[in-house]
Design a protein around this ligand. Structure first.
Ligand SMILES: NC(=O)c1ccc[n+]([C@@H]2O[C@H](COP(=O)([O-])OP(=O)(O)OC[C@H]3O[C@@H](n4cnc5c(N)ncnc54)[C@H](O)[C@@H]3O)[C@@H](O)[C@H]2O)c1
Length: 343
């Protein structure tokens, strides 16, 4: 029987190749297969979800990679049947080997999925986020599962603060192949007569000013190297007026302007800038309130949202643009939204 992330713990343990792989992983944490007792019937992917970080997704990746290496034909067959059943993240080993990529918002949601994927594909990731606890938890969880040469460096800081930006850039040690500006915050869905000064400045400061400031600090290093890719995370709210409140909508429209200007300015310098506009993504992004007029008005448009994506699906779009394979794409605003923007 071929193994996948959806095979049960028992199926892995009973498999002639999978059994030793799982047993060795358990031994590294000081455990034996007996410790899994009642979990034998659970799919491995589900174990990741309920383990509270004790069995991280990266450990599952490492197991799958070891299985693919030991039984390539069997693994390919399993992957095909799994892909037929729905999308699964399949990494491209070595896609970012030798490259340094800065990812902001790396402690959670889309940024975390991007940082994880780039590192598992061999890159040196500078993972930046304002939430130092969540960032440490992520980085400590993934470190042991990275391929040789890959690295993940945590820099806790605010992307709108010049001192923190200097620390993020310094961690890159003079080489930045790509920058993913993912960090961002939501508003309270307020219409323009409801928006407070505080909400307006907070949202514009992180989503727009932070993106501008960090990019401004990174571009000189890319100019020196005559190469670099910048990917800004905009939103459906950067394409239309019905996806969020006025502050968030204005900030994400501005991120699109910033992306297009950057694309034009450096088009002859080897630097490319693109944006991804996510639709609905299941990340738990904090929505700080429901404005009295704005929230119900926006609610009437939500039936247009065709699907809610996983963070890993967005990482698939973003890492493509971060990679060298996006070679001929510059100034593009790529909607990664299951078709919402086409409605
Ligand atoms: N989740 C969605 O449905 C959705 C849809 C469209 C666009 N987006 C955009 O995607 C991006 C990521 O969102 P997510 O859903 O993963 O949210 P998330 O809240 O899970 O992650 C955002 C991360 O950014 C960090 N952050 C916030 N302010 C920061 C600052 N000043 N400096 C450094 N880090 C900071 C947070 O600590 C958090 O870890 C955001 O730009 C968001 O606007 C999300």
């Amino acid at each position: 029987m071929a193994l996948t992330a959806h095979s049960t713990v028992g199926q892995w343990l009973d498999h002639p190749i999978g059994g030793p792989i799982l047993t060795e992983l358990l031994a590294r944490g000081g455990a034996t297969p007996d410790a899994l007792g009642p979990a034998r019937g659970l799919p491995l992917a589900q174990l990741v979800a309920i383990s509270g970080g004790q069995f991280p997704a990266e450990a599952l990746d490492a197991m799958l990679a070891a299985y693919h290496e030991a039984a390539p034909e069997e693994a390919a067959e399993a992957r095909e049947s799994q892909e037929a059943a729905g999308w699964v993240e399949v990494i491209t080993p070595g896609r970012f080997t030798g490259q340094t990529v800065i990812v902001t918002g790396a402690a959670s949601g889309i940024g975390r999925a991007v940082a994880s994927r780039v590192a598992r594909e061999g890159g040196r990731v500078i993972a930046a986020d304002i939430s130092s606890d969540k960032l440490d938890e992520f980085v400590n969880g993934i470190r042991g599962a990275l391929p040789t040469g890959a690295e993940i460096v945590a820099v806790a800081g605010d992307i709108a603060d010049e001192d923190d930006i200097a620390r993020i850039v310094a961690a890159a040690q003079g080489r930045i192949d790509a920058l993913a500006n993912v960090a961002g915050i939501m508003d309270d869905m307020s219409a323009i007569h409801e928006v407070t000064d505080q909400m307006w400045s907070r949202v514009l400061r992180v989503n727009l000013e932070g993106t501008m400031r960090l990019t401004r600090a990174v571009v000189p290093i890319m100019l020196k190297a005559s190469q670099g890719r910048i990917v800004n995370v905009a939103s459906e709210a950067g394409l239309r007026g019905s996806a969020a409140g006025v502050a968030y909508t204005a900030s994400k429209h501005a991120v699109i302007g910033l992306t297009k200007s950057t694309a034009v300015m450096y088009s002859r310098s080897g630097i490319r800038a693109n944006a991804v506009a996510p639709g609905g993504v299941a990340t738990g992004i904090h929505v700080p309130g429901q404005a009295q007029l704005g929230a119900p008005v926006l609610g009437t448009y939500q039936h247009n949202i065709p699907t809610l994506a996983m963070a890993e699906e967005l990482a698939a779009s973003i890492t493509f643009l971060l990679s060298r394979d996006s070679v001929n794409i510059n100034g593009a605003i790529v909607a990664s939204d299951g078709g919402w923007s086409a409605v």
